[in-house]
Design a protein around this ligand. Structure first.
Ligand code: ZN
Ligand code: FE
Ligand code: FE
Ligand code: ZN
Length: 264
């Protein structure tokens, strides 16, 4: 079975279940390894309910440590999902130095101050040029990679979440962003949460994974669970999709270094 590297905790304000409850579920499924990657603090106004506060980081670290002690038979990693926003690069850099994370997932959830992946803000797709949204989104993904701050690119094609697709082809935009990911030595988060969204697809798509495979970009797996019942959800489909893309190996991280393992 695969490792699930994208688990949230209630500290972000929109997930339920203790870390121990996620670990119990992982054990039931026979996962060899899990990693928490809760939403990192950001220096934004009104971020309540989206992420932990800066002062809660030690509490997050302690919660993962407690969980690790309670489940000695399960490898439990201490990760974090940190946003990329051009105004907060220094803030994130400082934050990442403050704790010994096993890995850092970098995600683009904002285009300027538009939280485009939030259900309550998705309506803006209706009044924007969708191709321009994709141009901006993939531009930010490349900028994220170029900072060199992150290990894993979270849900690479998140911009498709609500099913808005431009009529123009986006392969060149994706390719440019993938090249930045490859240059940075980052892995892609093969994220099954898209199966639970209007788009009903894994992030990234098969086509993107094929291109990534050709560029020798590594992968990890994540359910993006915000509740214990979502741990490992859709991993059978994720495994089939990465195999179809030509992948034979995946990565595991510890201390911000990775090793590459054979897929099960
Ligand atoms: Zn979340
Ligand atoms: Fe995310
Ligand atoms: Fe997440
Ligand atoms: Zn995520």
């Amino acid at each position: 079975m695969l490792a699930d590297y994208h688990l949230h905790t209630p500290l972000c304000g929109h997930a339920s279940g203790t870390p121990e409850a996620y670990a119990v579920r992982a054990r039931e499924l026979g996962l060899p390894e899990i990693g928490f990657a809760d939403h990192a603090p950001m220096p934004f106004e009104g971020a309540e309910g989206y992420r932990m506060k800066l002062g809660e980081l030690p509490e997050y670290a302690a919660a993962v440590r407690r969980c690790r002690e309670a489940f000695p038979g399960l490898a439990i990693r201490f990760g974090i999902e940190a946003d990329y926003h051009p105004t907060a690069v220094e803030y994130v850099a400082r934050l990442l130095k403050s704790h010994d994370f096993d890995y850092v997932i970098g995600s683009v959830h904002y285009i300027d101050d538009w939280g485009f992946d939030h259900p309550l803000q998705a309506h803006q797709f209706e009044t924007r040029d969708v191709y321009e949204v994709y141009v901006r989104y993939y531009g930010l993904v490349a900028e994220l990679a170029d900072t060199g701050l992150y290990d894993i690119l979270g849900h690479f094609d998140l911009v498709k979440k609500f099913g808005y697709r431009p009529s123009k082809d986006t392969a060149a935009l994706e390719r440019t962003a993938l090249e930045a990911v490859a240059r940075a030595g980052m892995a892609l988060d093969v994220n099954t949460s898209g199966l639970r969204r209007p788009v009903a697809e894994i992030y990234p798509s098969l086509g993107i994974l094929r291109a990534a495979r050709e560029m020798d970009i590594g992968i990890v797996f994540g359910s993006d669970a915000h509740a214990p019942g979502q741990v490992g959800l859709g991993f059978d489909r994720a495994l089939a999709q990465v195999r179809a893309a030509g992948y034979a190996r995946y990565r595991r991280y510890a201390g911000r270094r990775y090793e590459s393992l054979q897929l099960p």
